[in-house]
Design a protein around this ligand. Structure first.
Ligand SMILES: Nc1ncnc2c1ncn2[C@@H]1O[C@H](COP(=O)(O)OP(=O)(O)OP(=O)(O)O)[C@@H](O)[C@H]1O
Length: 363
């Protein structure tokens, strides 16, 4: 799906907004503090049930209200909405029907975001990289969500045994299941990561043509690929009991990216890192599109930060080939200039004091 319209009410500083979007490209300008990121955040919230800026959902409610509402219509006129109040109560509606959960929204809306902070987080530790790959798997591999949910339950049981120093049959039961599920997940992940790597190379040749040949994706499954998990766990049983949780397994996987055998964050400039992350995000969006035929949504906050004109021109070439709906913000129109397509197939918006207005072309 692509989002054809958005209605927000008392979400951050967006008091009441109702906007109609372009199915491919939406460019958003506005001064600092006008509400551009809040607009992206509201779209992100529908796809993830959380913010990309804060873990405290109550911060998303306007300080002048006790609840917020975000609702979108897609290109098939399906309606998806969420209301959250100060007491923590969620109300999820799909086509007017309200017996849904946030995860039901996530199935329908595939949203990825790039902000000036996300690439720092992405290269900072495995957590963000795991989240990124799992989002792709969730949309691309249909059995993955169930597999991961079952694995999480088993992991909790195994960790409880380690913490309470429970051994014998009970521990062996959870340990066996843990090893089986870890292997199943590792098999699904490795196949997906291979697809992602192939797709990434295509986009790197557009976005980072001089570096693309030497960038390699390195996947680690969460334990040595040369060993059976059951053996690794058995050798580390004392350490695991000391820490009280599982130190190896499918939850410990990682994907890293090397440029000529060195982690790319140590070699690439900040602008290049941002372009790299865009190539990766676009690659994943394309895999989602090919597998589900839903239009993935990419949010890029503050395009001007770190990207020079030639980088933004390379990005424009990539956008031209994309099967996704894009929302890109910048402080002023100049920063967007290289991105604006010659054909008038885009929409432009301006945000001021939380009010979103469409700018008709020629204004
Ligand atoms: N819960 C809230 N209620 C009311 N206003 C809020 C709330 N949370 C944040 N704000 C305000 O909303 C405004 C919009 O912030 P936002 O981050 O969306 O701006 P922005 O246009 O992306 O700015 P920048 O270009 O600086 O990133 C800010 O002035 C902020 O102080």
């Amino acid at each position: 799906m692509s989002i054809s319209s958005l209605t927000t009410s008392t979400f951050r500083n967006l008091s009441y907004s109702s906007v109609k979007f372009h199915p491919e490209l939406n460019l958003i300008t506005g001064d600092n503090g006008s509400g551009k990121s809040s607009l992206l955040e509201s779209l992100f919230f529908l796809g993830h049930g959380k913010s990309f800026r804060t873990t405290k959902i109550e911060n998303l409610i306007s300080s002048e209200s006790d609840h917020f509402v975000v609702s979108v219509k897609d290109d098939n006129n399906h309606q998806f909405g969420v209301r959250r109040d100060n007491s923590g109560q969620f109300d999820i509606k799909i086509n007017g029907d309200s017996k849904f959960r946030l995860s039901d929204l996530a199935k329908n809306i595939a949203v990825q975001v790039i902000t000036p902070e996300t690439f720092r987080l992405f290269f900072g530790g495995p957590k963000e990289r795991r989240k990124f790959v799992d989002l792709g798997l969730f949309h691309v591999e249909h059995q993955y969500a169930d597999l991961w949910r079952d694995f999480r339950k088993i992991l909790i049981q195994r960790n409880a045994c380690l913490k309470k120093r429970i051994g014998g049959e009970q521990f062996n039961y959870w340990n066996d299941l843990f090893c089986q599920y870890s292997q199943k997940i590792a098999d699904v992940r490795v196949a997906y990561v291979e697809q992602l790597s192939t797709e990434l190379n295509k986009w790197l040749t557009i976005l980072l043509p001089t570096l693309s040949e030497n960038i390699v994706l390195c996947y680690s499954q969460g334990w040595s690929s040369k060993r059976k998990l059951v053996e690794v766990l058995s050798e580390n049983s004392e350490r695991e009991r000391k820490y009280g949780h599982s130190l190896f397994g499918a939850h410990k996987f990682d994907v890293k990216f090397n440029y000529k055998k060195t982690n790319i964050e140590q070699v690439l400039s900040r602008g290049q890192q941002k372009l790299f992350l865009m190539a990766l995000t676009i690659a994943q969006a394309n895999l989602i599109f090919n597998s589900q035929q839903i239009v993935p949504i990419i949010l890029i906050d503050d395009i001007g930060a770190e990207l020079d004109i030639s980088s933004r021109t390379a990005l424009a070439q990539a956008i031209d080939k994309l099967n996704c709906q894009l929302f890109i913000t910048a402080i002023d129109k100049n920063a967007l200039e290289p991105i604006i397509p010659e054909q008038q197939n885009y929409k432009m918006f301006h945000v001021e004091h939380g009010v979103i207005s469409e700018i008709t072309q020629g204004d």
